[in-house]
Design a protein. Structure first.
Length: 260
């Protein structure tokens, strides 16, 4: 019977899912890697927290030694390596794996240019404009700084000391940094894009909770081209796109165990 769940929770909806499952009387341990993520999780009563970085082997070890019987992967839609490690570790530990992934935003706009990597996004952005507005987070910043050194780059990032230090180390100036936490309305996106005199927007399809819809609408209203980095293609053993679907999958697995 599934009672003890290890949940990879690197996103806002991942944290909400941890709380949701805990309230359904599951023993939930949620894993985050940032101090900010840990502080947010501390508000979720009943959810245990792992804030130690775990590679593939360390993840398998904790799954085995602490007798987890289900791994819920609610990592970011673009965290390909984390999901690959989670799938492999769960299989090795012989426990149930289910992927929770928010749905993509479907948006009809003729000026969206799809690419499959950060490097391709930088190349396409440089073709479309000189003033590039980047909304892809901090982990890929170095790629864009290195490849767009002939462009005027504006980066929108979380206002944490860690990320601001990274920006400084990469040589970004205060004028280039928009340190704000979303969600952002369409109106606010419009004003931010206009203030930066953006000529092209670079983003990811992080779903509605990631603000993809309002970014795209703002770009459309300003007639700005958008370079969209598509999600990595991963063959998940089990995939759910709602909290209820995750719960239903776990409950079905419990039923199978009872029958056995």
């Amino acid at each position: 019977m599934i009672k003890k769940i290890f949940l990879i929770a690197g996103t806002e909806d991942g944290r909400k899912l941890a709380k949701f499952l805990s309230e359904k009387n599951f023993d939930v341990t949620a894993s985050v890697v940032s101090d900010y993520g840990r502080k947010l999780l501390e508000t979720c009563a009943g959810v245990k927290i792992n804030n130690k970085p775990l590679d593939r082997d360390a993840l398998e070890k904790i799954l085995r030694e602490e007798n987890f019987n289900c791994l819920v992967d609610a990592s970011h839609p673009y965290a390909k390596n984390i999901s690959a490690n989670a799938i492999d570790a769960a299989q090795a530990a012989q426990i149930v794996y289910v992927r929770y992934e928010r749905t993509e935003v479907a948006f009809a706009y003729e000026k969206i240019f799809h690419v499959d990597s950060y490097e391709a996004a930088a190349l396409k952005a440089s073709e479309l404009g000189k003033n590039v507005y980047l909304t892809t987070g901090s982990r890929s910043l170095k790629i864009f700084v290195d490849l767009l050194n002939d462009c005027n780059l504006t980066v929108r990032i979380l206002p944490t000391a860690e990320v601001l230090t990274l920006c400084e180390e990469l040589g970004l100036t205060p004028k280039q940094i928009v340190a704000m936490q979303g969600p952002f309305s369409t109106a606010l996106n419009i004003e931010l894009f206009k203030h930066a005199e953006a000529e092209v927007i670079v983003t990811k399809n992080s779903g509605q909770i990631g603000g993809a819809d309002t970014k795209l609408e703002a770009a459309r209203l300003l007639n700005l081209p958008v370079v969209m980095i598509d999600r990595p293609k991963i063959n998940y053993p089990n995939l759910a796109t709602t909290f209820d679907a995750v719960l239903n999958f776990i409950q079905q697995e419990e039923t199978h165990d009872d029958i056995k």
